[in-house]
Ligand binder design. Structure first.
Ligand code: UTP
Ligand code: MN
Length: 516
């Protein structure tokens, strides 16, 4: 359905197999149960869908008709890729789950939180131990959690997990414990462990990783207050110092409304420099999360090379407005030799490091940008803290504004928004009008944009899976910059996210389906 004409012709597609499917179509509305069926009906391959097309349910159309306008597509409006027949046994339903996470849909909301919560705590604990063996343990817990996230129903009995892959004997014992007793004693013990609790607190400080957190624990420090009053805190640098100063703000989840407000104000600045600059909010927000720990913004320009210098200019302007609290600008370290030179075997699967020019920092954002959340009933900081800690993944706030970013292709987005008013005066810590917010600004050349978009949309585990799959199955090397065919020794370009998946011989997954 072409959005601009509000022509609902596409609603008839499912009654008219073979009807011409053209590039102008943006939405396909269907009563089919799966997208596979829709494609079959339209007689088109997934690759032939134009890059912006969204396949949605008839409920979405009803809502549009009811409100007399095009309503944003939300998670519940998407039609799933495949339908698992209801009458099959659990084992039949689960044994066909593809091995790689990037080959299957992982939604944000799933049926097995009772299991994944425990597995993610144990994964976190292994992460904190920060060595190779524990890296593998953490990975095993995460991979198992990812399997449970994509199951079509809640696991109630042990027999249901027998045929699942990526579930080792340790995980089986944990799941048995949960199914028998309602909780995992191992995860509970970990959650109550003094070291784990302290590590959670300390690694929550901006600039602090497991090694520093552990060092502080060994010095007998336990709370943020301890860190603040310690005169000779080892490893404390300007970044950590700022992290401690704004710790309360930075552990208050960033809401979607704030991410949008921040994107708006940056977009305004870019527009005054050159309206051709494009930005997109990536990370968890693009995957449909309603809150996160930071805002990840990707910047580009349609003319290769013109992206250079934009960050410096932008930061200068934001600084003049008094919006920057702290930040570190990293220069691009990309060159054509980078892909061939890096260790293909292991390291890059573990790391999220890339070579883009970027700014990792803390900005001021007006408190009023949270207003729309408060209107929806989250009326206290305690409530939001509770939400933050209720899930390691911060995904519980599900009743906020609809997702306006998950399917957006920034290169085709020409909407101009009104500038939000600039930040009010700082009136002191408790009485100030702004919150400190963690912001990542990443600059990408247009030729690398779609690989960067996939990489920065995540999730981290999804990226890991994509890279492992590319390496093992295709002998290709995927990074946030490019896809490199190690056999033919050339880069494979992509002009859309769909093309990134196509180049990897993978079925396209929407950002909201990459929540593994
Ligand atoms: P985040 O750490 O912000 O994750 O990185 P997130 O999913 O958005 O989590 P919340 O919602 O903020 O808590 C965003 C994505 O960017 C990638 C990560 O792999 C992740 O998928 N990333 C991050 C990189 O590619 N490079 C980096 O240096 C950092
Ligand atoms: Mn993020």
């Amino acid at each position: 359905m072409p959005l601009e004409t509000h022509d609902f012709r596409a609603t008839e597609f499912c009654n008219m197999p073979g009807d011409d499917y053209c590039d102008k179509v943006t939405h396909v509305v269907s009563a089919c149960d799966s997208r596979d069926q829709v494609l079959q009906f339209l007689n088109v391959e997934v690759e032939s869908l134009s890059k912006n097309v969204i396949i949605v349910t008839t409920e979405w159309l009803s809502e549009c008709l009811k409100s007399g306008k095009i309503v944003p597509v939300e998670k519940q409006h998407y039609i799933p890729w495949t339908v698992i027949p209801a009458k099959t046994t659990v084992n039949e339903r689960t044994e066909n789950i593809p091995i790689y996470e990037c080959q299957r849909e992982t939604p944000l909301q799933h049926h097995n939180e009772h299991i994944t919560h425990a597995l993610e705590i144990l994964a976190k604990e292994a992460d904190f131990r920060n060595d190779d063996i524990n890296y593998s343990r953490a990975l095993a817990f995460r991979r198992a959690a990812c399997v449970f996230k994509c199951l079509p129903s809640r696991v109630e009995g042990v027999q249901e997990i027998q045929s699942l892959h990526n579930i080792g004997s340790h995980v089986k014992r944990i799941v048995e414990d949960i199914l028998d007793n309602g909780y995992s004693s191992e995860a509970e013990k970990t959650e109550n462990n003094d070291w784990f609790k302290t590590m959670m607190t300390f690694t929550g400080v901006f600039g602090v990783g497991p090694a520093i957190a552990d060092k502080w624990y060994r010095l007998g420090l336990r709370t943020i207050e301890d860190l603040k009053i310690e005169q000779t805190l080892p490893n404390k640098d300007e970044r950590i110092s700022t992290g401690l100063t704004f710790h309360d703000d930075l552990t208050l989840p960033v809401l979607r409304s704030e991410a949008e407000a921040l994107a708006d104000l940056i977009r305004c600045e870019l527009d005054t420099i050159d309206p051709q600059y494009q930005l997109v909010v990536t990370g968890g927000f693009r995957r449909g999360k309603d809150c996160g720990h930071d805002v990840d913004i990707l910047l580009t320009h349609p003319v290769e090379g013109k992206e250079k210098g934009i960050l410096e200019d932008l930061l200068h302007r934001l600084d003049r407005q008094g919006r920057l609290i702290y930040g570190k600008r990293e220069q691009s370290t990309w060159n054509d030799g980078v892909l061939q030179g890096e260790n293909i075997k292991g390291q890059y699967l573990k790391s999220t490091l890339d070579h883009f020019e970027k700014w990792i920092g803390i900005m001021k954002l007006d408190k009023k940008c949270r207003q729309c959340c408060l209107n929806y009933g989250l009326n206290s900081n305690e409530k939001q803290q509770e939400l933050l800690h209720s899930s390691l993944d911060m995904k519980k706030v599900s009743h906020l504004r609809p997702d306006t970013m998950s399917h957006m292709d920034p290169k085709n987005n020409s909407t101009k928004r009104k500038c939000p008013s600039s930040s009010s005066e700082d009136r002191g810590t408790n009485d100030r009008t702004w919150y400190a917010r963690r912001v990542d600004l990443i600059v990408t050349p247009t030729s690398q944009f779609y690989y960067a978009l996939v990489g920065w949309t995540g999730s981290k585990h999804f990226n890991r899976s994509l890279r492992l799959y590319a390496q093992k199955e295709l002998h290709m090397k995927l990074t946030s910059h490019a896809l490199y065919d190690t056999t033919k020794k050339h880069l494979i370009p992509a002009n859309s996210e769909q093309e990134v998946f196509k180049n990897l011989h993978l079925r396209y997954l929407e950002p909201v389906e990459r929540n593994c």
